[in-house]
Design a binder for this molecule. Structure first.
Ligand code: ADE
Length: 322
């Protein structure tokens, strides 16, 4: 932890030095450059405020993380990792997959870390699901397509999100998705024998209802852990509720381990087939797990998605949910 604190302080000094020597004033920001508005979100270690850049009038979501709190809660490494992953995503922007909350600026004051993020006007995807109950076939297919395209891009960079759920999928002003919250994400190491990135997890991360069996068992986490969560999300989009539900977290974990879930009447057949092929206990046997990273051909060619062009989704107006 001392090492972590030292790293944090060193990063702080470095950024202060950079600030002084930088001639490009326009891309540097500090807390006084923003007007902070209403509280729009709260996490365990952060508060998110609507913020306006005084210089450009651009609206952002400002995630404010009190430094003392992250140190006390031993989350320094996790916060630094989140920033590193968002920077990596910034470096590899892809116009056919602009489905991620962007880190526009990062700076700090004596007491807080500030992450200035793209503002997603229409908030959480979960809110939309709760509002409409369940999606019609076209809308379910469209949003599944956007999530799959986002995962292709993320996984091509060898990043596993590990906490993909409708609360972490936000909606922008045009109702396109933006995946957020990379606090649990990891960049996977390449493994010699099969070339597929895996990582040993040290403890349970994620949210009970969407967590994959391998994350639960503290086994190797792989890119396909997000494919499990995708299966849970498709189920929820189509039926209104997540597949694994129970009174306690313990009972949810039991249902996941035993693959105990049921499809309600009227669940779209093609979506059902895709969910069944994603909610597979053996991570390597999930639909898409054998595909070349960056292109989930098995998902693209599955009857549920086959009529969509995943590369042009961002250019079209999302369907109105019926
Ligand atoms: N709440 C948390 N992050 C947000 C964002 N980027 N936009 C809107 N609301 C949020």
């Amino acid at each position: 932890n001392d090492a972590r604190e030292a790293a944090l302080n060193s990063a702080q000094k470095k950024s202060a030095t950079k600030g002084k020597s930088s001639s490009k004033k326009s891309d540097k920001r500090c807390e006084n450059d923003f007007i902070f508005g209403k509280l729009i979100g709260e996490g365990s270690f952060s508060s998110v405020y609507l913020a306006k850049d005084i210089q450009t009038q651009q609206e952002y979501a400002a995630k404010v993380v009190p430094k003392l709190l992250v140190q006390k809660e031993k989350k320094v490494a996790s916060v630094m990792r989140e920033k590193e992953i968002m920077n990596l995503l910034n470096m590899h922007e892809n116009t056919t997959a602009p489905f991620f909350v962007r880190l526009a600026f990062a700076f700090q004051s004596d007491v807080n870390l500030y992450f200035i993020l793209s503002y997603c006007k229409h908030k959480e995807f979960l809110g939309l699901i709760q509002q409409v109950g369940n999606f019609d076939h076209e809308s379910a297919r469209f949003y599944t397509g956007e999530i799959v395209r986002a995962l292709e891009h993320l996984h091509a960079l060898n990043i596993v999100h590990r906490d993909l759920k409708p609360e972490n999928i936000l909606l922008d002003e045009n109702m396109h998705i933006k995946i957020s919250d990379f606090g649990s994400a990891r960049i996977l190491e390449k493994v010699e024998n099969d070339g597929i990135g895996v990582l040993r997890a040290s403890s349970f991360v994620g949210t009970a209802q969407y967590v994959s069996p391998e994350v639960l068992h503290e086994k190797q986490v792989c890119l396909a852990s997000d494919l499990w969560s995708l299966g849970c999300i498709i189920y929820q989009i189509v039926s209104g509720l997540p597949p694994f539900r129970a009174k306690s977290e313990y009972m949810i974990f039991k249902s996941i381990q035993n693959l105990k879930y049921e499809f309600p009447q009227g669940f779209f057949d093609d979506a059902k087939d895709m969910v069944e092929q994603l909610l597979v206990l053996d991570s390597m046997c999930r639909l898409g797990a054998g595909d070349i990273p960056g292109r989930y051909s098995s998902l693209r060619e599955h009857p549920f998605l086959a009529s969509l062009d995943l590369d042009t989704l961002y250019t079209i107006t999302p369907p109105t949910i019926m």
